[in-house]
Structures are given as structure tokens and as C-alpha cells.
Design a protein around this ligand. Sequence first.
Ligand code: ASP
Length: 406
Amino acid sequence: MLKKLSLPAQIFLGMFAGILVGLVFIPNPGFTTDFLKPIGTIYVNLLKFLVVPVVVFSITDGVISLKDLKRVGSVGIKTFVYYMFTTALAVVIGLVLVSGFKGMFPALPSAELTGLAYEAKQSPSVMQVIVNIFPDNLFKPMVNADMLPVIVISILFGAGILASGEKGEKIGAIVNAMNEVVMNVMMMIIKITPIGVFCLMANVVAVNGASIVGTLALVIGVAYLGYFVHVVVVYGLSVRFLSGMSPVKFFKGIAPAMICAFTTTSSNATLPLNIECCNKLGAEPEISSFVLPLGATINMDGTAIYQAVAAVFIASCYGIELTLSQMAMIVLTATLASVGTAGVSGAGMIMLAMVLTTIGVPVEGIAIIAGVDKLFDMGRTALNITGDATCALFVSKLEQKKKVAA
Ligand code: ASP
């Protein structure tokens, strides 16, 4: 009977069943951690191993299918501008909302802060993030799943194939065939999403359920309010006015990818399903195979909102009142930090260190929210991939208009 349900329905069912089972195991989460979480991990591993081939072949193929280098440039620039603009908006929404709630965050006694020692991983400087985009080796970034340089490599190879004329066409055909193969492997893995979502959700609820209390619940609530406002206002308006689609239709179509992102907390892992959903919604396949992998790596609106909210919250815990110029710094660094954030679980929290350092707030403060980062991460990842999808539809629409005009 379950097989008769559509995949999105199965994913919904998996999520709700996971929540119920998680609630049952809150007093004793051992079962979910020992038995369900590993199954969830297998699912996430399968998705992760596919990420590098999906990005390499889909971006290279995307570049080739744009047919001429000028078009690559024009699609690339539109995508980049859209991504940066929506991310900056996201930070501003986060800052405005969190400022409204600032008075409700108590300045914690210092003993409580020092008791929560968080070993901050070194976060790179802004210039280092930019330098790291450019690979010094062909394979190293692929082995480390370091996506920004992998994207640069894929774009350059795609451009090289286009520039090589007839000889390039032969390689282009191979890339196209490989892309087809990778997409089929991806479809096989996507079919087990309901099981993966069930296991991951059950474990998150069982482990975190009881500990979401007091102030943390409030700051999580503020972040989710920010996510919600961004989804409704920015994405709703973008879909309606830039892509000419009904927001209801859009959100229905993108829901499976959002749920996958919510439970895997990885934009990279959600990429295959996001491509599938966007194409079904009417995005041009050659556009989505270029715009979405790029977005999974550089476009993180949810992460940007989270970083703004978390930075102000942590500053309040230390009794630090942020000035307007510090707020402006948050907009700049959170936008850049979200570009540098890898599309994997928990990466946004590491990059938060970059924001805190820039505005002079103790990085150890991350300890306060580290325990519940997963809950922030679920919402921010769902937002991250939705933003990518709105861009794929928008750029597709622009390209379709161009075709009609030509
Ligand atoms: N988990 C997020 C993503 O994959 C990144 C983050 O931690 O903010 O999009």
C-alpha cells in the first residue's frame, strides 16, 4: 500500500512517523541513537558520495549546454547577483527581527559561559575564503568535497570544451552521457529518502526533544520566524513576480526537497532531489543543472539569517550592545560567510566564528548554542535550497523570454 503513495507523500509520512517515534524515545534515546541513526547515516553517506560527481558533471554539462561562452557569462552573472542580493536581504531580516527580541535575552553570568567551553575551530579570514575558491590541484578539492574549487574546475572545463570546437564536442558527448548515468544513480538513492528521513527525524526528536528549553527555545523561535518571513516575503514575491508562478504551486512542488534538506541538514545531499523538483516545476534542465549546484555551495539565505540572529544573541549573552557599524559588519561578513559555508551539516556554525571574530564577540560564545545547532540547521538548510530553486526558476524564465524574443 505504501508503494502506491507518491514519493513526496512517502517522505511526509516518514517525517511524521519519525517525530512520533522520536517522542516516544525522548526518555531513553539509546534505541534511536544506536539503531535508527546509523540507518540515517547510511542514507546520508549515499547522498554525499554522489555530490562531487553530480556537481562536476551537471555543471560541466550545464555550461556546455549553454552553447556559447557569452551565455555562460550572462547566466552566471544573473545567478550571482540574485544570490548575493537575496542573502543580504536575509541577513537584514535576521538582524531586524533579533533586535526586536534582544531585550528578552538575558546576559548570562560569566560562570555559565565558561562552563560551556566550545573549542572553536579556526575559521578562515574573508580574503582566505576568496583565495580558497581557486584550486591549486585538480583532485584535492574533489577528494575533500571542497565544493567552491570543484565548481571553478567544472566551469573552466565546460568553457574549455566549448572553446575546443569539434574536438570538444566529443568530450561534451561523454560528459552528457556521464551526467545521465549519475542522475540515474541519484534516482535510485532518492527512492529510499522516506526511510532515511524517518530514521534521522526520530533520532533528532529523541535526542533534542527535552532539552529545547527557555532562552534557547526563544532564540530558535526568532531564527524560525526569520526563516518564515524570508520564505513568505522574499521567495513568495520572487516566485510570483520574477518567475510568474503561483507560490502555492511552487511550495507544493518544492516540498519534497525542503523536507529532505530539513532532515539531512545538507544542501549538497539535497541537490539531486532539488534538481528533480525544479525541473518538474518547469525550470530549464540546462539552467537548473548550472544554477542549483552553484547555489548549493554559495547561496545560503537560511545560514545568513541564522548567523545574524546567533551573533546578536551571543553578544547579548555577553552583555555586549552592538553598534550600527557592527551590525553593518554582520551584513557583510554573514553574506560572505554563507558563501564560504559548505553545503554540509553544521558548517554554518563553524563559519559563525568568522562573523563573531569580525565584530569582536568572543568566539567561545558559540558553546551556548552548539548543543541545539542541529535544530537551527534543519530550518536554515531547508531555506538554503529553496532560495536556489527560486533562482533556477527565475533565470529559466529570463532565458525562456530571451528565446521567444530571438
Ligand atoms: N547545513 C547547511 C547546508 O547544507 C549549511 C549550514 O550549516 O548552515 O545548507
